[in-house]
Design a protein. Structure first.
Length: 434
């Protein structure tokens, strides 16, 4: 075992011992190889039913949640690069008609809520017992670029008070929408919260990207993941369908409980999944549906840092890596996420801490790009994102280094896990670069 391998293994072992997480997976890589692939702790804590618990292993399946967004971006950019959707290409990123041609909800005449901006609520309730939305037509039309960079005007109920009111009305009236990861297309067809193309707001954009590639190719998202990425890159285990086989190797979801002997307790958490494609009106959770081990996901990240030509051309890779916000005058807001449900996520002030008020951009891979060096030592141009159960990754196109660290605990942005992530990144750049 090399020095960095020993250092990182001791770090995650001590983290589990100190109650940072019930179990951890961590992978560090460069363009050519896996530098470190370590695990520690439990995938499932000891219980009366299973006194020994289930150990975390390198092949343990984690729900990767929003790490799925990168995969969707790769699929979208692949079909645009190859012209696989009715001849629509990278040149159509800013063409609203190209998006509306495949996903007609985005046409000006559709009347869909995704063409309207919510500004509040009228007094009283409608005949259906629901709050009456104050809506206006958006002046700008949504484009693929907007969807790929979360500047479409869409939000999530968990990070926007008006959308939260639609799913959890404060007056206990009938909710407009459900938010339970049950796969209904209707439940991500919420109104916009600002003019498309003018601001950053984390939201349902990825689900609509999923609809674009599914409707445009005639294949469901699980097929596209397999055909475009998992099979050519030999990535396994990774799947949108949580099969019985994957289920037997899946880690449990946990929350902190200081009264538990293990400092955590298991909680139920399920999302929609289907083997042979969704039923009518349903969709795989494009924003958050992927199940995989971190060593499998690291293969995807290696393909990214290597600009794998099987996915897209060199020119499209170059475009995908760049900060997209600076040239458009859009900024990543602070806080990045203002939580409406602290059982799900804490506030996120800044994805990667910097000494700058404008240290973060966005690229077409739905990743946060470092515009200045991060306090953990990542350089300008490195980028990454995360998954709800406290999974965090980065890649650096310059050095070719990357890592992913993860567990299965809620809420997101757990400060102890963030500190661990930053320590790992610091070790990587201090040891392997400096």
């Amino acid at each position: 075992m090399s020095d960095i391998q020993a250092t990182l293994q001791a770090l995650i072992d001590n983290a589990v011992k100190d109650g940072v997480a019930p179990g951890l997976q961590c992978v560090v890589f460069n363009r050519e190889e896996i530098i470190f692939n370590g695990v520690s702790g439990f995938a499932s804590l000891p219980s009366e039913e299973n006194p020994a618990g289930e150990p975390m292993t390198k092949s343990t399946i984690l729900w990767l949640a929003s790490c799925t967004k990168l995969v969707v971006s790769l699929v979208v950019l692949h079909v645009l690069d190859k012209g696989l959707v009715d001849g629509i290409s990278i040149a159509d990123l800013d063409n609203p008609d190209a998006l509306a041609k495949i996903v007609p909800e985005f046409s000006s005449e559709s009347g869909s809520l995704v063409t309207k901006i919510i500004e509040g609520f009228e007094d009283g309730l409608g005949p259906d017992g629901r709050k009456i939305m104050k809506l206006r037509d958006a002046k700008n039309r949504v484009t693929l670029r907007h969807l790929l960079t979360h500047s479409s005007g869409m939000g999530f109920p968990v990070n926007n008070p008006l959308l939260w009111e639609l799913v959890n009305p404060s007056d206990k009236s009938v909710p407009h929408f459900n938010r339970s990861f049950d796969g209904s297309i209707r439940d991500f067809s919420l109104p916009l919260v600002f003019e498309p193309g003018t601001e950053y707001h984390y939201g349902f954009s990825t689900d609509w990207l999923g609809q674009f590639v599914v409707r445009g190719t005639g294949k469901h998202l699980r097929q596209l993941f397999q055909e475009i990425l998992f099979e050519p890159l030999k990535i396994s285990p990774a799947d949108l369908w949580l099969s019985p086989e994957l289920s037997t190797h899946k880690a449990e979801m946990h929350v902190r409980n200081k009264d538990s002997p293990y400092k955590f307790e298991k909680v139920p958490f399920d999302i929609y999944s289907a083997e042979d494609g969704p039923e009518e009106g349903m969709a795989y959770i494009a924003e958050a549906g992927l199940n995989a081990s971190l060593q499998a996901y690291a293969q995807i990240l290696q393909a990214v840092v290597n600009r794998d030509p099987k996915i897209m051309s060199a020119t499209t890779w170059e475009l995908a890596f760049k900060d997209d916000f600076g040239p458009r005058g859009v900024k990543v807001t602070r806080p990045d996420i203002k939580s409406m449900k602290r059982e799900m996520t804490y506030d996120v002030v800044e994805f990667a801490k910097t000494n700058s008020e404008n240290g973060t951009g966005m690229n077409l891979l739905q990743c946060k790009v470092a515009l200045v060096p991060t306090l953990s030592g990542r350089p300008v141009g490195s980028f990454g994102w995360a998954g709800l159960p406290n999974i965090y990754y980065f890649v650096d196109p310059v050095t070719g280094l990357g890592s992913i660290i993860g567990t299965q605990i809620l809420p997101f942005n757990d400060p102890d896990i963030i500190e661990l992530r930053d320590r790992i990144e610091s070790i990587i750049f201090r040891t392997l670069v400096n």
